[in-house]
Write a protein that binds this ligand. Sequence first.
Ligand SMILES: Nc1ncnc2c1ncn2[C@@H]1O[C@H](COP(=O)(O)OP(=O)(O)OP(=O)(O)O)[C@@H](O)[C@H]1O
Length: 250
Amino acid sequence: MSIIEVRDLNLFYGEHQALHHIHMDIDANSITAFIGPSGCGKSTFLRTLNRMNDMIQGVRIEGSVKVVGEDIYQTKVDVEILRKNIGMVFQQPNPFPKSIYENITFGPKLHGITDRQKLDEIVESSLKAAALWEEVKDVLKKPAYGLSGGQQQRLCIARALAVNPQILLMDEPTSALDPISTAKIEELLAELKETYTIVIVTHNMQQAARISDKTAFFLNGELVEFDSTPVIFQNPCDKRTEDYITGRFG
Ligand SMILES: Nc1ncnc2c1ncn2[C@@H]1O[C@H](COP(=O)(O)OP(=O)(O)OP(=O)(O)O)[C@@H](O)[C@H]1O
């Protein structure tokens, strides 16, 4: 089942068109990877999926993005609720300068949950889902900044999960991490896709090949090819995809 349906999407930064006629269906409970050379529009496209580009001045969007059948660019859409349903994790771990506990409860509190026991439960379940609970359960009141980079990134994943999203967007979530932390996050994503739909931008083609079900190859703002990951890496249709994945450019 497609949870995200993108139709004829164009995006302009002022005069510059950064995305051209993108058409894509993203399957629920799967991992979809976006690959392509620097500047091809991967992050821009990822941000269109929860309207993060709204925050950038001069952006204009044409076409439609439907999430669970609803066009997210309709004016009646509540962007706060949209972003609760479609969480985001960035390249640099960005915990709040607060305790581990408060990082997780921030979102649920914002959405009206005040009961202490309920908040405790959310903290435990989110940290467990992000494979961080065992490492931090005795230091929940300590500052999040005291954690390692890999732990901070799992905390950011836990923070996104705490508001019970359906979709998790990840923009190069492991590129600032060491190989062991990266492997932990990759393992975690394989578990999370049972419950969530994951869309990930990665510069690391091995990572895309290891963890994703489908891969999209972008070039100059166009979606060149989108198919199951084994097809993209072993038997792509487009010469440009083949050239890129075999390292001929990019
Ligand atoms: N805030 C912005 N204002 C103007 N132009 C932008 C902005 N963000 C991105 N662009 C331009 O849009 C195009 C796509 O950029 P984008 O960051 O989406 O590519 P990317 O594939 O994610 O690149 P990278 O892999 O380097 O992160 C580039 O030409 C870039 O210069």
